[in-house]
Design a protein around this ligand. Structure first.
Ligand SMILES: C[S@@+](CC[C@H](N)C(=O)[O-])C[C@H]1O[C@@H](n2cnc3c(N)ncnc32)[C@H](O)[C@@H]1O
Length: 257
């Protein structure tokens, strides 16, 4: 039986597709590719039927997939991967054993690499929280961004729909101090930009540019990830390494012998 593959496609640069994803993509004759993957993956999609999944309602989409599965595997290119903020769960459930999910490079992973920063750092940050003001909503009793921000927290803010100045004001109240922030715009795509600053300076750093498409009435996704937290600028020396080597790694090595 042919399968429908949900391939974690990374931030949009085909070089960040896994070897497994690339091998499976080769076998599919129909590929559901959201914007901008149909363009950035064009070389890997030559000769295939390439369709946007968002052009169909659920019934039309499942019927189309079933029809194509009669002759060959079908592939979906999932932005980042399935782990966070991915709308494909209902399809995966619908196809059950015929669906297979392949891990990819999440936007958070690509951002951490691009910034050359681990997002938790002993003594500086002890938790990383993935969040979107769009999905958080403002229902009574739900934590706000202000509640989630605070000492030791790194926030990764997806799909921001708030004006940057308002977002920073909320975060500033939560952190109770100025902390570093970075906007990662179009990671791995043409036009990539990284804007760094602090909660107090970032609005000025953006020079009035609309990195979140807030002025675009089409609601087109902005492809900007926000990361905020002290780990972005923390200085670290080798003492943490030596401490762990002395108290943890040495013991483990002895245990392995
Ligand atoms: C629906 S979520 C997709 C998250 C994805 N499933 C993942 O694994 O990371 C879309 C949001 O991810 C972020 N995003 C997606 N692609 C991006 C890119 N190439 N550069 C920066 N941010 C991106 C933006 O915050 C965008 O609004």
């Amino acid at each position: 039986m042919n399968k429908v593959y949900f391939i974690g496609a990374g931030p949009g640069d085909p070089d960040l597709l896994t070897l497994q994803g690339a091998a499976v993509l080769k076998t599919a004759t129909t590929v559901f590719a959201p914007e901008p993957y149909e363009r950035t993956f064009a070389d890997l999609l030559t000769g295939k039927e390439v369709v946007s999944p968002f052009d169909y309602d659920f019934t039309e989409l499942t019927a189309r997939i079933k029809n194509r599965l009669e002759t060959a595997p079908v592939a979906f290119l999932i932005p980042g991967d399935l782990t966070f903020y991915s709308p494909f769960q209902a399809l995966i459930n619908y196809f059950g054993d015929a669906a297979q999910v392949l891990a990819g490079v999440g936007i958070a992973n690509a951002a951490s690499a691009r910034l050359k920063r681990t997002l938790d750092l002993p003594g500086v940050c002890n938790r990383a929280i993935l969040v979107s003001p769009r999905t958080l909503g403002n229902e009574e009793g739900m934590p706000s961004l202000e509640n989630l921000a605070g000492k030791g927290a790194v926030l990764l803010i997806y799909m921001n729909n708030r004006p940057l100045a308002d977002l920073c004001a909320d975060l500033r109240r939560g952190y109770r101090q100025d902390v570093p922030i970075a906007l990662l715009h179009r990671l791995g795509l043409p036009g990539e930009e990284i804007i760094r600053g602090t909660l107090d300076t970032i609005v000025e750093e953006t020079a009035g540019l609309d990195y979140f498409n807030l002025a675009d009435p089409s609601g087109k996704p902005s492809l900007t990830l926000v990361i905020v937290g002290e780990t972005l600028s923390a200085e670290v020396d080798g003492s943490w390494w030596d401490y762990r080597r002395e108290h943890i790694w040495k013991k483990r090595r002895k245990g392995n012998r």
